[in-house]
Each structure stands twice: as C-alpha cells, then as structure tokens.
Design a protein around this ligand. Structure first.
Ligand code: XUL
Ligand code: CO
Length: 437
C-alpha cells in the first residue's frame, strides 16, 4: 500500500504522563474496563465526509485544506486515492470502523445508472481494503441533501418523482452497505422538513416519510441485511424545521406509524444541543425507549448557534454520555462515530490525527469515569433514595396501578401536607466532580 501519510507512524498509547500529541494518553485499546476491552466499549468510527472530504470551506470562504492525495477532481482515480488514504489513516490511528454517505466515497454521475456504476467500482476496492486491513464499516447512508433535486426534501418532497429517485438511491446504498458488511444503516433527514407552513402539507409529508421508512425496512428484510436501521434526529439546519426534531419526536413518530420495532436511533451531541437539550438528555430518552443504537460523537459551541461539528473534548460530557451507554449494557452493534470536523484553520494532516486522538482520549476518560461511578454505586444509591417513597405503601400502590383518584384523595386527606425534601443538586454535582479525572 503506498504511503499517503509518510510523516506519521502508528499512534501508540503512552500513558497519562506523555506530552506527545501524536500518542494516546488515556485510550488504551486492549485495556479491560468492566470486563470488556476499551475498543469494544467505544467502537470508534471515522466519518468519511468530514475527514476525507472536508475542505475547510464555510459560507464565508473557500477551501483551506488541500490533501496531497486529492486533486480536487470528480474522477474515479481520485476517489480511489482518497479511499486508500482513508484506510491508511484509520490503520495509523488504530480505529477499526468508518462511516460514509454513498456520494462521499464515489462521485455522482450524470445519470442514476452512472452513479451506481461509480459506486459499485469504489465499493469493490473498499471490500478489498477492508479484507486486507480488518477495518470495518459501522454504517453506510445515502446523501439525499446535496444535489439540487433534493432541495425541497427527498421522501418528503412535494414531487413524487423525487421520492422515487430517493428510494432508488437508498436501495443501492443499502445494497452496498450489505456488501461491505456494514453493521448498521443510517437515515439522517437531510432536507426532510420545511421552510414555511404556507407552502407545506405537513401531514402528507410525514405520511410519505413513514411510507419511505417502511419500504426501507421491507427492503432490508428482502436482501437479508441484519444490521439495525437508525434514524438520526436533528431539529433544524438545513431546513428551518426538520421533521426528526429530537429523540422524543422520532420515537413518537415511529410509534405513531407502527415502525418502532424496526428502527433505533443514532444520537448526535450537536443535534441534541441544537434542539435545546443536553447530549445526555437525548441519549437517555433513546435509551429509556430501548432504542439507543449508535452515537455521532461531536460537540457544538455555545457561542455559535449552528451545527459546528467539533471534536468532543469535554470530559464531563463524555462521562455523562458513557454513563447512559454503560447503564444500558453497552452500545451493542453501534459505535461512536466522530461526526466532527477539524476547524477551518486546522489545515494539516497532523491536525486530523490530533483531533481524533483528543476525541478518543476524552471518551476513554469518560468511559473510565463512568465505569468508576457505576462500580462504586453511590450515585445509583443516591438516586434510589430520592425515590424511596415508591418502594412500598401508597407509592407502590400507584406504580402497580392499584390506586385510583378516589383512594388517593382519601389517603391525602389522612396524611396532610408532604414534608419538603431537598433535591440536593449541588451534592450530586460535587459527587460527579470528585469522581472525574
Ligand atoms: C448532519 C449529519 C450527517 C449525518 C449522516 O448534521 O449529522 O452527517 O450524520 O448523514
Ligand atoms: Co451526524
């Protein structure tokens, strides 16, 4: 394999005292935490669209990053070089998974058959590279938002022709995900939403979205794809209102259309915060519904109101996220996909490495902290104590459905005013701080 990244060798674990930015200080892939290797808890993935296709362009300025292997063309030869660089990058980083959109890895052609042919050619090479390196596909997806045909949505487009085109594109993307042994398939509703209700039949569009997902689920069974289908919520951007607003909205939508058994959720940190939630809120919402399937690990910026897709570096946030994951017994066949891009000003290949290393170290610490908190057990006990009144007596009668309003009125009249009990928020917060490294 030719060296696309000659200056950088395989990244090693050097321990917490290392000051080498091209080494892990906390992520030690084979170290056992709560009976499982760190790499199997975290299942990191590199996002092809950011790491291999990111150019640094923003709405105010053009490309700032030029990779030596990328001539900027839409040729298959260029797509192949990027793909080979991807596998070298992952091997050197020590990440076992990647994720892609169909159009990230292969150029869109002038016609659908041409696009499918391009994709087929690149997928053939990807399969060889996966076999040679042991690197795997965490999930595939289809880009149903960049091409102008999708400007008013894909499955929620007012034009049935666009719906059909999108279905054909997803059909092929599911086939190549299966061919590459992908462990999941993701639906992020790129432009599924609206700009103004004045020109929008919202109910009809939502019914179309459900119809589309149901066809995808049927097709999954038809081709024998065993992985999970994951929906990735996001409240806004690019559309003013996105239909898959947040975890609760998506769960309600899936249940309302009888689709909840066929889908799980891929929760992205920056999407949760755009919805006005914390990352851990949306993780917990999905987990409580038994539907937390995978994670897009990134972070936003409180000073900027958009999807900045930064690398996760906040150890407290990673700890809270890993608490949810460990408490549900792991992320299963999902993983932590770095849906994150280096800043426009971070233009070197070394920046790509240090960004991923920093994110991996932050989540490694989050995992260790969460494992320590769970093993020690005091947080769980403190929460349990808060709900003590439900363990017996009137609380147990309510929870088991044995009490009615009439009985509760009788009970309240007999027992008078409840004694106020402290929520002890600061005690919980200090307890968390004292357990975080
Ligand atoms: C966009 C986003 C996507 C999905 C995959 O905000 O997160 O990259 O993760 O389509
Ligand atoms: Co994402």
């Amino acid at each position: 394999m030719p060296e696309f990244i000659p200056g950088i060798k395989k990244i090693k674990y050097e321990g917490p005292d290392s000051r080498n930015v091209l080494a892990f200080r906390h992520y030690n892939a084979d170290e056992i935490i709560m009976g499982k290797k760190m790499k199997d808890h975290l299942r990191f993935a590199v996002a092809y669209w950011h790491t291999l296709r990111g150019s640094g362009a923003d709405p105010f300025g053009s490309q700032t990053m030029c990779r030596p292997w990328d001539d900027g063309s839409d040729s298959i030869a260029n797509a192949e070089r990027r793909l080979r660089a991807n596998f070298e990058f992952l091997q050197k980083l020590g990440v076992e998974y990647y994720c892609f959109h169909d159009r990230d890895i292969a150029p869109e052609g002038k016609t659908l058959p041409q696009s499918n042919k391009n994709l087929g050619a690149i997928v053939k090479i990807a399969r060889q590279l996966q076999n040679n390196t042991g690197i795997k596909l965490l999930w595939g997806t289809a880009n149903l938002f960049s091409h102008p045909r999708y400007m008013c949505g894909a499955s929620t487009n007012p034009d049935a022709h666009v719906f059909a085109y999108a279905a054909a594109q997803v059909k092929k993307a599911m086939e190549v995900t299966l061919e590459l042994g992908g462990e999941n398939y993701v639906f992020w509703g790129g432009r599924e939403g609206y700009q103004t209700l004045l020109n929008t039949d919202m109910k009809r569009e939502l019914d179309h979205l459900a119809r589309f997902l149901s066809m995808a689920h049927n097709y999954k069974k038809e081709i024998g794809f065993k992985g999970a289908l994951l929906i990735e919520p996001k409240p806004k951007e690019p559309m003013r209102h996105q239909y898959d607003f947040d975890a609760a909205t998506v769960i309600g939508f899936l249940k309302g259309h009888g689709l909840d058994k066929g889908f799980k959720l891929n929760i992205e940190a920056n999407h949760a915060t755009l919805a006005g939630h914390t990352f851990e809120h949306d993780l917990q919402t999905a987990s409580d519904a038994g539907m937390l399937g995978s994670i897009d690990a990134n972070t936003g910026d409180l000073l900027l109101g958009w999807d900045t897709d930064q690398f996760p570096m906040d150890i407290k946030s990673c700890t809270l996220a890993m608490l949810v994951v460990l408490n549900q017994g792991g992320i299963g066949a999902g993983g932590l996909n770095f849906d994150a891009k280096v800043r426009r000003e971070s233009i070197t290949i070394e920046d790509l490495f240090t960004a991923h290393i920093g994110g991996m170290d932050a989540f490694a610490l989050g995992l260790k902290n969460a494992a320590r908190i769970i093993t020690e057990g005091s947080l769980k006990k403190m929460v349990k104590d808060r709900y003590q009144s439900w363990e017996s007596g009137i609380g147990a009668a309510i929870e088991s459905g044995k009490a009615s309003f009439v009985e509760l009125e009788k009970w309240a009249l007999a027992h008078g005013e409840p004694t106020p009990r402290s929520g002890n928020q600061e005690k919980f917060e200090s307890m968390l701080n004292s357990r975080i490294i």
